[in-house]
Design a protein around this ligand. Structure first.
Ligand SMILES: N[C@@H](CCC(=O)N[C@@H](CS)C(=O)NCC(=O)O)C(=O)O
Length: 248
């Protein structure tokens, strides 16, 4: 990984998890946009969690992020995953440039954002600041409801969106960052809820087909095999806890 250089985007995100940063990484990788994953650099080059945390307050005099991920693009500091993607979409043709098209893509991304927050709440239903192990009973209850009604509602919605799309992608013929994010949603659910997905994912054929198309995009395929890609683990958003994964 190269040291940040002028003109190169800097992604600032927790260095050991795919998390929300992954939605941004997928867009950068697909569009072959040079970037530095700053927190993954050695500490003496500005990497590490401590430096990331400290940077939130210092990165800009005015437009400070609430939480990672954030992207530095020259003088701009942009936080909120969907906002970062809105920016990249416009600058790098990762979304249609007509008003209806970029708004629609952003709308879908905000829906993914809502879903990701609910995924997070399955293992942290009471307190973000406490361990899963300290809220296991509540997590089991919350996740049962999540599996029963929320996953089907969100996936059913994405499926309907794809049924109505005028082509292979949510925007028809052009791949957008929202397609890449839907890929990550399927990846994450397969990791966190394998038993549930094994039984139910067949109900979302269009979404699965989209997932496979994204996986086959050459730059995505090579990214997923590269050391830049971080595997899911139990510190991230999509976590596998046996107790939370049931077929129903
Ligand atoms: N809505 C924000 C959420 C950002 C967020 O919650 N980031 C997490 C990591 S994935 C974090 O570090 N949160 C710290 C906190 O909420 O205190 C987004 O989509 O970017």
């Amino acid at each position: 990984m190269a040291v940040p250089s002028a003109g190169r985007y800097e992604l600032h995100y927790w260095p050991t998890i795919p998390g929300r940063g992954e939605f941004v990484r997928l867009a950068l990788e697909y569009a072959a946009i040079p970037y530095v994953d700053v927190a993954r650099l050695p500490e003496d080059e500005g990497g590490g969690e401590e430096a990331l945390y400290a940077s939130l307050d210092r990165v800009h005099p005015r437009t400070i992020p609430f939480a990672p991920p954030y992207l530095k693009a020259g003088e701009l500091v942009i936080a909120q995953t969907a906002n970062i993607l809105l920016f990249l979409g416009k600058r790098h043709a990762l979304a249609p440039d007509d008003e209806a098209g970029w708004l629609w893509t952003h709308q879908l991304q905000l829906t993914v954002t809502d879903f990701v927050a609910e995924v997070h709440d399955t293992h942290h239903p009471i307190s973000v600041g406490e361990y899963y192990e300290d809220q296991k009973a509540e997590a089991a209850k919350r996740t049962a409801a999540f599996r029963k009604s929320r996953i089907p509602k969100f996936l059913g919605y994405f499926e309907k969106v794809l049924e109505r799309a005028a082509g292979d992608w949510v925007n028809g013929k052009q791949v957008s960052y929202a397609d890449l994010s839907l890929f990550q949603v399927v990846q994450g659910l397969r990791y966190a809820f394998p038993r549930w997905m094994h039984k139910h994912e067949k109900n979302y054929a269009k979404l699965l087909a989209l997932h496979d198309r994204v996986a086959a995009l050459p730059r995505i395929t090579s990214y997923l095999q590269s050391p830049r890609h971080i595997a899911f683990n139990e510190d991230g958003i999509f976590r596998y806890y046996k107790a939370l994964d049931r077929a129903d």
